[in-house]
Write a protein that binds this ligand. Structure first.
Ligand code: P6P
Length: 333
């Protein structure tokens, strides 16, 4: 019997979490608190984001993150805010962040959860006022509470996620997340400091006519990807590529579509990271009736071997991801 209680649109995030507590498997309220901590950090980042142009916190600070990408001021600020929120709450024992080379060992030996997070994805878009996002995954720690963090705690398959979500700092700021019982979207109302339920039980259309990919790398795409793109053009689909994963993903969730970051000459395993980008969006899209693969294999089944490993990423409407896979199987067989 569906444990989700039909709530009126306009319910606040807090009330939603409380009313759906039973959706958080075996949670003793800690996962609820963890989600509240993430939502709070999102409010702070949102506020700093909206002032970026005015108080000169946009732009690069001359340092590089573990990816060798130039760190933007807001990247660093967002990383600090999310790590602080997750550390203070006491529910988390370890954090994997795009901005930090090593696992952040939160010395809460009682912390039951591990969080993988991209604090601000697409941050080079901030200076040009394009939407950016935060992406997060939550896992239950495997090793005994109180013992040191182990690899088994932070290199878990995406199927082991207990929650995943994203914040989209766009024309409005939204929090979209799942705990494995469907996907719900909340829109932030800054004047009230509250997130309100605005997209209940989100489902992605089974089909779509939008494809998101950087065709500037066309010459280095594999044959199956080139053939699938030809198919999209034959079907006169629309190309929509914002260059900000969360923005492209969210639009495709609402309208139907596929986002592809395949293997390229510059990034043979694709550019997106399995642990704090692909797994979270793969969990969300599957909960919404969509699919996520590396071209052939289900993303959530990929066994991670390193913190910042990249994986080719095909995500979105079920029929579109399956069609792209057919081209891979045709060529590979
Ligand atoms: P490219 C942003 O840096 C990002 O991680 C995603 O948000 C975005 O979709 C992609 O990379 C853009 O990468 O190589 O097309 O510029």
């Amino acid at each position: 019997e569906d444990s989700r209680i039909a709530l009126p649109i306009g319910t606040t995030l807090d009330r939603f979490i409380k009313r759906n507590q039973d959706d958080f498997q075996y949670a003793t309220g800690e996962l609820s608190q963890l989600l509240r901590d993430i939502a709070l950090a999102g409010k702070v980042v949102n506020r700093e984001m909206n002032k970026a142009g005015l108080i000169n916190i946009a732009g690069a600070i001359g340092t590089m993150n573990v990816q060798g990408e130039e760190q933007q001021k807001l990247d660093v600020l967002a990383n600090i805010r999310f790590i602080r929120a997750l550390t203070k709450g006491g529910e988390v024992c370890a954090i994997i962040s795009e901005e930090d080379e090593k696992v952040i060992d939160v010395d809460h030996s009682k912390g039951k959860y591990v969080v993988a997070i991209d604090p601000l994805d697409g941050s080079s878009n901030i200076d040009v006022n394009v939407s950016v996002g935060t992406i997060f995954s939550v896992y239950r720690r495997i090793s005994p509470i109180g013992s040191p963090i182990q690899k088994e705690d932070y290199l878990q398959k995406g199927t082991e996620q207990v929650a995943a979500g994203y914040l989209l700092y766009g024309s409005s700021t939204m929090l979209v997340y799942t705990t494995g019982a469907g996907v719900n979207g909340f829109t932030y109302e800054p004047s009230l400091g509250e997130y309100f339920l605005s997209h209940q039980n989100m489902t992605i259309p089974k089909d779509g006519k939008i494809y998101s990919i950087n065709e500037g790398s066309l010459f280095s795409f594999s044959e199956p990807v080139k053939r699938y793109l030809e198919y999209c053009r034959e079907e006169t689909y629309s190309g929509r590529y914002i260059g900000s994963l969360v923005a492209d993903f969210h639009r495709n969730m609402l309208k139907g579509g596929i986002y592809i970051y395949p293997s390229t000459a510059k990034n043979p395993n694709g550019k997106l990271r399995l642990l704090y980008e692909c797994n979270a969006l793969a969990f969300i899209v599957e909960q919404a009736g969509g699919k996520a693969t590396d071209g052939i294999n289900r993303i959530l089944d990929v066994k991670p071997t390193s913190l910042h490993q990249r994986v080719p990423f095909f995500v979105g409407s079920k029929n579109m991801v399956e069609k792209a896979k057919v081209f891979h199987e045709m060529i590979h067989n």
